[in-house]
Structures are given as C-alpha cells and as structure tokens.
Design a protein around this ligand. Structure first.
Ligand code: SF4
Length: 108
C-alpha cells in the first residue's frame, strides 16, 4: 500500500530515521539491514515466488526505549554489527542521489 501511495518513504527504527528515499528505489534497492529484513517479510501474492523468497530474520532483543543503548539502536539485532555500531550513532548519509541511509557499514 505504501509503495503505491507514496513518492518518498522513510523507514524508522525505535524513533530514528534509518533510510529515506523514493518509494520505487526503496523497494528495488533497500540498503539498511532493518529495511531489508522488513521488506523480506512482505508476503508475495504468487505462491511459487513466495515459497522461493528468502526471508531475512531479525533476531535479538529489542532495546528499551526508556533506557536506550548507546550507538546504533539496531545493533542488538543486526547481523552485520561491528564494534563501532555499539558506541557511535550512525549519521544519515546520501549513498545514491536522494537515497539516505544511517549505517556504519554503508559507504557513500
Ligand atoms: S550501524 Fe551497525 S548495527 Fe546499525 S544497522 Fe548498520 S551495521 Fe547494523
């Protein structure tokens, strides 16, 4: 639904904007690990495609919003987490024209 009614989409995790881009670009080329996992969970109305689709699971604990963890809020659940993620909040940077991502692993 969002894909069809929106020009641009922002993805948030625990109150932080983690990815922002045009709707078409987000669905074609999701970059942030949380966005990729979210989109992989969307059911496909074709049974064959749905069976073959690779879902990206999100493991780990959701951090407390009352007592937030330092660094990236997704660090406790991210499959590609690095040491820097646990101490520094990633900035939202433009990785492609009009496509912004907040992740230490993504280079602009
Ligand atoms: S900054 Fe680190 S923990 Fe956060 S999404 Fe990127 S790789 Fe994962």
């Amino acid at each position: 639904m969002i894909k069809h009614i929106s020009d641009r989409v922002g993805v948030m995790y625990l109150g932080n904007l983690v990815e922002l881009t045009k709707s078409d670009e987000l669905y074609k080329n999701p970059i942030h690990p949380y966005t990729r996992a979210l989109l992989s969970a969307i059911p496909i109305p074709d049974p064959k495609e749905e069976r073959e689709k690779k879902r990206i699971p999100i493991d780990g604990e959701i951090p407390s919003s009352i007592n937030p963890i330092p660094g990236c809020k997704f660090a406790s659940r991210c499959s590609i987490v690095k040491d820097i993620c646990r101490t520094q909040i990633p900035s939202l940077v433009e990785v492609n024209t009009g496509h912004f991502v907040a992740c230490h692993q993504i280079k602009s």
